[in-house]
Write a protein that binds this ligand. Sequence first.
Ligand code: ARG
Length: 570
Amino acid sequence: MSILASYRARFVEGLSRALDLPGAEIEKLVKPADPQHGDFSFGTFVAAKAKGKKPPEVAVELAKSLSLEGLEIAPAGPYVNARIAAMPFSREVIDQAYAQQERYGHGTSGTGKTVTIDYSSPNIAKPIAFHHIRSTVIGHSIANLYRSQGWKVEGINYLGDWGKQFGLVAVGFQEWGDPKRINDVAHLVDVYVKANERAEKEPAFDERAREFFRRMEANEPEAMKLWQQFRETSLSDFKLIYARLGIEFEHYEGESRYQGKMDAVIDRVTATVGTKVSEGALIVDLPYAENEPPVLLKKNDGSTLYATRDLAAAIDRQERFKFDRSLYVVATDQSLHFRQFFGVLAKMGLPWADRLVHVNFGRVKGMSTRKGNLKLLSEVLDEAHSRALTKVKDNIAAGRIETDDPAKLAEEIGLGAIVFGDLKNRRTTDYEFDWDQVLDFEGHTGPYLQYAHARACTVLQRGGGVPASYDASLLVLPEERALLRQIATLPVVFQDALAQNEPSLVARHLLEIAAAFSRWYTLGNQQREHRVLVEGQPALQAARLALTNASAIALRAGLGILGIGAPQQM
Ligand code: ARG
């Protein structure tokens, strides 16, 4: 339980004892208080009714009778309010941060539970679009959140490695590909783009691509060999990117895994929900809304589809992992697909169908090359690096930052900028990507958080490191109390973010922590006695260093959940 939750529980328990009412009932009546009145508020209306007294009267009596450690209790009209006292709260927060380090805010609510998270899932030999960055970073952060609360996470990179697009790349490659460059993704993407254009203009070419895919579905060795090579080329390129971002998947698998298992799934759908032939294609026999495209299981040429494979994959995942929850971190564009195939599983009578969640996200604009093509993901990361390096060099020259290794720092800042720039947005909203904005050291950005963290580390070091002992009761400035409160809230935010599959809650709370830290930290610019390294007052300095340390730990823990590095020096 988080520290904040434990104070709340203490208040609930005290009320329940005093009123002789079950805790579960009180629980529902304890609300967050208006900040000027405290932290928690209890309305006495129900209790007053039972006693046949007026609520304000009951509030006064109740407040008088409650004596709870670390809580200041006061009546206000019909309410009893509780405020968390500075002590021992301040010490508890700092000690907990110090004890848990980068695991600060972690918990055990998910112990014994399993979640599968389908994320990143790019398509092989196709240009990788920014929506894959979104899926990658949102999915990674959600995976970290679940892990942090004790869940067993099965992260699945469900590669788009099957379908007609391989036919396109293959015939394109046979036509104008350079066999020496079969290991070069950029080349394969060029071939794909060209082949796609040609297929649109030339039906015969398109037919050759289809024919190639049919050969793949028939498992023809020669076709499969070429497919395998394309797959490996793309995969090794993706893996470089994941390594750069510090992402590891429990499983790399893809749509091809379900090749040969399609008929069994189709039979199951036929036996339960029913199927029928419509315009030569096999569809799931469901009532469809007007204009709603039906769920296609087989095209008129007999080849299977995305939905067929997703049905098979969901069943397979349940069999293998017995998941309690199964998430799909995929763009909102695919909402219909998910709604439909989840619906089919439910209609099939599978009791776990309601554990599937489409964790959807909106679009990003402003991520194209001048020609309007989407950039390769690696190009975006390289650009982030080089832009960050320019900034780092400028800041070093201006004496604003320090580092022994500018290139390494630029990599952390550049990636942090991209990842945070994405995660700070509510995932379902569309946003405009802007290089200057994500890299602004003073904006609501990754670099700003990294900078705040590095500041804290530097002060700590200058003050001789983490103090051996400290007296938290010396932290009496309102800015100190506000900062402690923000740090204490982080564990609660982790839980909320998990419940909503919403990393932006963590991102935004880190901005609050950093802002509270810098409000406090910069007080010393005006008044020497407010400095962390306050002259001639070793006990006060120790307390402030302890708070500085707790701030750094909280920022580090939160950045860790988001998958962003926290350099010590910058
Ligand atoms: N490969 C797909 C795409 O890039 C995303 C796959 C998402 N996962 C799934 N189980 N459908 O659009």
